[in-house]
Design a protein around this ligand. Structure first.
Ligand SMILES: Cc1ncc(COP(=O)(O)O)c(C=O)c1O
Length: 382
């Protein structure tokens, strides 16, 4: 006999109650048709043709059943080789549905309810939501606006408590385009030495740099969980190719458990095509993308200065600059004004209080579109 259950309204589980749609999404939803999109966080360059062709070939010629949860061994091997200093084996790599899944699954793997996770302010808004989903507590360390959003070791150390379980690093950064220097990374490693705290190192933009190649904190700190993927370096955002790589085998195993139940595995077609993601041709495509974004970034900074009299932070990597609009007023209002003139920018506050008074402007647009966007911004301000 079935017992009668009182009908009640659906209530969102506590875990989900703290998760909010991001301000970025809310802005995109209100954009006018034919807007110039400086809000984009994804490459506009085409996915390299040889990767598309390989995906088409394996789709037509091969049976594409599940792979193991952790992903194709040959792919894991290739990913492991990207971090020679760690001497990783197959058990140290889990292929995930984009780096986003690697990050969320890793938090589920390491956090107990109430564990604190240090998150940069400003940074990619997903971190807060991922930590909340896994019942952790986000705690913020400032990347001070007055230091051009550079790293501040004293501020960082002041946020470490007995409850800190993990810290998030993002370099090159979304939204600031800044890169953590070798001395920043060594200082972080020294501050965490002996604490048992994990570093979740978001290296999704590590192939997009305009000066020296960024270093990975995993060179200096053992308990590092590298989160990365091919979305940004090979314009493969929709392919959902990411990974977690770490010398911490138990954490990889725990992450794999979460990943297996969430997804089974990332698309087999994506995995097979991604085997070509580190060939000579692929490395050339990454280098070409770096050149293109570097040129666009310089063009954008120059246009902002010459046409609008605004200063953007000098991008070191990724494809973003933070534009100082404090003299013009509130960042939300300025972004709103631009939106009505068919230009999408993201108010800094979407990434944290420290970026209030700034706009994140991305250069995932060619020079012609950048110039058109700047001209629309100019009329919005006149
Ligand atoms: C900082 C950062 N990390 C992670 C991601 C997620 O990328 P994906 O899941 O496509 O690898 C993004 C995407 O915008 C990002 O900006």
């Amino acid at each position: 006999m079935t017992s009668k259950i009182a009908k009640s309204e659906f209530t969102l589980p506590q875990r989900l109650q703290k998760v909010q749609p991001t301000l970025i999404r809310r802005i995109f939803e209100r954009a006018l048709p034919d807007s110039i999109n400086f809000g984009l966080g994804e490459p506009d360059l085409p996915t390299p043709q040889f990767i598309r062709e390989e995906a088409a070939r394996v789709t037509l010629e091969e049976q594409n059943g599940y792979t193991s949860h952790a992903g194709l061994p040959a792919l894991r091997q290739t990913i492991a080789e990207q971090y020679p200093h760690l001497e990783l084996g197959l058990a140290n790599v889990c292929v995930t549905v984009g780096s986003q899944e690697a990050m969320t699954a890793a938090f589920f793997a390491i956090l107990e309810r109430g564990d604190e996770v240090l998150i940069p302010n400003p940074s990619f808004p997903a971190y807060i939501n991922c930590v909340n989903l896994a019942d952790g507590v986000p705690v913020f360390y400032k990347m001070p606006a007055e230091k051009d959003f550079g790293f501040d070791i004293d501020e960082f150390k002041s946020k470490i408590t007995g409850k800190t379980k993990a810290v998030v690093l993002i370099s090159p950064s979304n939204p600031t385009g800044k890169i953590l220097t070798e001395s920043d990374l060594k200082a972080i490693a020294a501050a965490l030495d002996g604490t048992g705290i994990y570093i979740v190192s978001d290296e999704i933009y590590s192939d997009l740099y305009f000066g020296e190649k960024p270093r990975s904190v995993s060179e200096f700190y053992d308990r590092t969980l590298i989160v990365s993927g091919l979305s940004k370096s090979l314009s493969m955002t929709g392919w959902r190719m990411g990974w977690l790589a770490s010398s911490q085998e138990e954490v990889v195993r725990a992450t794999l458990t979460v990943h297996g139940f969430l997804t089974v595995c990332t698309s087999t077609i994506t995995q097979k095509a991604s085997l070509l993601g580190w060939t000579k041709e692929a490395e050339k495509a990454k280098a070409d993308a770096r050149e293109i974004y570097k040129r666009r970034g310089e063009f954008l900074i120059k246009q902002l200065d010459e046409e609008l009299g605004l200063r953007g932070t000098s991008p070191e990597g990724a494809f973003y600059t933070m534009v100082d609009v404090r003299e013009l007023g509130d960042d939300l209002e300025i972004a709103e004004k631009f939106l009505t003139h068919r230009v999408i920018t993201v108010p800094g506050v979407a990434f944290g209080e420290e970026a209030k008074g700034f706009l994140r402007v991305s250069f995932c647009n060619n020079e012609e579109k950048i110039a058109e966007g700047i001209s629309r911004m100019k009329s919005a301000l006149s």
